[in-house]
Design a protein around this ligand. Structure first.
Ligand SMILES: Cc1ccc(-c2noc([C@H]3C[C@@H](O)CN3)n2)cc1F
Length: 330
């Protein structure tokens, strides 16, 4: 059923992906960043001061006949990079990829951090984590997917992000033509509100076996890079000629002409694995002849983060009904 599919446009050199979202009646159109690492749906709005807006589309609830203010409700988000946004809440009709939720809590921004003002590629976020980390007060609100799932064929959504090319998110069904290998599932621990799971190990380059070490982390479409434990990161860069940790870049860098090896992480008991091509792991030029690695340390986060660099290397199934995370090659 192709109607439940949203094209995901890569922005800023695969830094983030946005999808077209309609809110209100008549529909107001936005480009929102689907983020499995948070659980608030928020959008730039007419409540913002003009200094905080830089070309983004603004949701105006007063122009929507289906908008209803949730009196007394507020929200306040803080993201991993220190950015923030906050405001008030309306219920309105939201459509993403052909899936419509009436009375979806739409968090309208009254304040956004400079990072959002500067990010002209997006008009807000759609959190696809679990409601337990939604920031609405006095009562947490369900995500778009949690509200949509009961009316979908399957209580799951899939992410098929691609390197420097449009990808897609599907809601409620698995496109068997979108993945090459069987889908291998891992158990999800949603107790912290994230898509948290544990990979049993990893391999660098074309190494046959895997280094058996548990990598516990979240699968987060809103994080660009692949953030891993220091011992894994050090082992990886030990195989990248000339790689060093650079204070000025706060991360591992190497000469841009360096050939960087693939990185594979195991799924389930290690029978299946996802291979991130070395090409994706030379993430960005620093401008001084060095390049910034796509693998960096998860120090201080408390868990690893399988961000877009890992997600775009696979076809990923976020199965909320069975609390499973599926990975397949494509
Ligand atoms: C300007 C800007 C800043 C942050 C983010 C952002 N979105 O998702 C996330 C990650 C980290 C964690 O917070 C949840 N998922 N970060 C997006 C932005 F456009």
């Amino acid at each position: 059923p192709d109607e439940d599919s949203a094209d995901a446009e890569p922005q800023l050199g695969d830094e983030e992906w946005t999808v077209p979202v309609s809110i209100g009646t008549p529909p107001q159109g936005f480009k929102l960043d689907l983020d499995t690492g948070s659980s608030d749906l928020w959008v730039f709005s007419t409540l913002l001061s003009k200094e905080e807006v830089n070309g983004q589309s603004l949701y105006d609830p007063n122009k929507s006949t289906t908008a209803a203010k949730m009196t007394g409700y507020t929200w306040d988000c803080h993201y991993g990079d220190g950015s923030f946004s906050s405001g008030y809440i309306y219920q309105d009709t939201v459509t993403i990829g052909g899936v419509t939720v009436a009375k979806q809590p739409v968090e309208v921004a009254k304040t956004v951090a400079p990072q959002f003002t500067q990010d002209t590629a997006l008009d807000g976020l759609v959190g696809l984590g679990f409601w337990t980390i939604n920031t609405a007060e006095p009562k947490k609100q369900k995500t778009f997917f949690e509200n949509a799932a009961p009316n979908l064929e399957k209580g799951l959504f899939t992410a098929d992000l691609k390197h420097e090319a449009p990808g897609s998110y599907n809601f409620g069904w698995i496109d068997e033509n979108a993945h090459a290998s069987n889908i291998t599932y891992a158990d999800v621990d949603s107790s912290d509100g994230y898509w948290m799971w544990t990979s049993p190990g990893y391999a660098v380059g074309d190494a046959k076996g895997i280094n058996k070490t548990a990598i516990r982390g979240i699968t987060d479409t809103g994080t660009t890079l692949l953030l891993l434990p220091d011992d894994v990161v050090d082992t990886y860069y030990g195989q990248v000629d000339g790689a060093t940790w650079a204070e000025e870049w706060s991360g591992y860098v190497f000469d841009c002409n360096t050939t960087v090896p693939d990185f594979s992480f195991a799924v389930d008991n290690g029978t299946a694995k996802v291979t991130v091509p070395g090409e994706y792991l030379n993430y960005a030029e620093n401008g001084d002849g060095t390049c910034y690695g796509g693998i960096q340390s998860d120090y201080g986060v408390g868990f690893s983060i399988f961000g877009d660099i890992a997600i775009k290397s696979a076809f990923v199934v976020f199965d909320q009904q069975n609390l499973k995370l599926g990975w397949a090659s494509k």
